[in-house]
Design a protein around this ligand. Structure first.
Ligand code: GYE
Length: 306
């Protein structure tokens, strides 16, 4: 037992697999839906899940991974809070012969043999989709378009990539100006706080680009608090398409949402079974996603799972 890919525990042969999963935290509606998806899919796949919540701290994730190594789990999956600083702990997992799957977020390690695969969205493409919608909306405008940006967690793959993809598209036309850009940590509370500061400092904001729905929802409260109408006085683009975001879109308070699916659980369990058996898997598995306008949100809302 304990096939070539597994630790030395129960992996492989007898079919019972133990996965150690280190989650980022519970910062957003997306994250809550993602956790639920992972837990439900593990159950359905007959995989024993050891789960820990890092409360958005890399040190907690490193501790959790080390403890999974010590417990000799068969496979480790984690969603790295930031991109950098993983080489040492990933080498420890490799030395212990425990395969690692990156879920949702990427790492910037040069040595790609430190993990078996990366399952998650193309965040650069999400940023591009947000930018393309904006460019189309303002195609006839002559005046400058003043944009404020609420970034995700500093140093995280989705914050880096959603910024880059958006910039790449809007950068082609100098009328699009990002007049302020700051992190809102992917949370509602911080999104509200930072938007309040943006509104105080900038009387003339045309557009808000928020890297997730939760920050956009916090910002809506700030905009309403400042006596402005979200979706009209300030156009809002967000990413995720969780239920509350879709509701705000259907209500006209958000103008456009780029979808990012949190339902990674079933694919993660399939990949886990393969890597434990030492079967080959694709180095990159990209999630399929769409975008939503206000009209599309009204139609889609009743069937949304999260
Ligand atoms: O967009 C955000 C969450 O990593 C894709 O993390 C994920 C992001 C998601 O907190 O809401």
């Amino acid at each position: 037992c304990g096939g070539s890919g597994g630790g030395s525990g129960s992996g492989g042969g007898d079919g019972s697999i133990t996965m150690g999963f280190s989650q980022v935290g519970a910062e957003s509606g997306w994250r809550t839906a993602n956790t639920k998806s992972v837990q439900e899919a593990a159950k359905a796949a007959g995989i024993t899940l050891k789960f820990s919540d890092a409360q958005q701290k890399q040190e907690n994730q490193i501790k959790a991974i080390r403890s999974y190594i010590q417990q000799k789990v068969d496979v480790i999956a984690f969603s790295p809070v930031v991109e950098s600083g993983w080489d040492t702990v990933l080498k420890e997992a490799k030395n212990a012969k425990i395969p690692v799957i990156l879920t949702d977020r990427a790492v910037d390690s040069k040595d790609t043999s430190l993990y078996k695969t990366f399952l998650g969205s193309d965040f650069v493409e999400e940023g591009r989709k947000a930018g393309k919608w904006l460019v189309e909306q303002y195609k006839d405008a002559k005046d400058p378009v003043n944009i404020v940006e609420l970034q995700g967690t500093t140093g995280s793959a989705p914050a880096n990539d959603r910024k880059a993809g958006f910039q790449e598209v809007i950068g082609a036309d100098p009328k699009f100006k990002i007049i302020a850009s700051q992190t809102g940590d992917f949370t509602r509370a911080k999104g509200k706080e930072v938007m309040e500061a943006f509104l105080k400092a900038n009387p003339d904001i045309d557009v808000l680009y928020a890297h997730n729905d939760d920050m956009g929802l916090g910002a809506i409260e700030a905009i309403e608090g400042a006596g402005k109408v979200p979706g009209k006085d300030i156009k809002i683009i967000t990413v995720d398409a969780v239920h509350d975001g879709m509701q705000a879109l259907a209500d006209g308070k958000i103008n456009y949402i780029v979808e990012c699916s949190p339902l990674l659980g079933p694919q993660l369990m399939d990949l886990a079974k393969k890597v434990v058996k030492n079967e080959s898997v694709q180095a990159r598995v990209v999630t399929e996603e769409t975008t939503f306008t206000q009209e599309q949100a009204k139609t889609a809302l009743p069937d949304r799972k999260y």
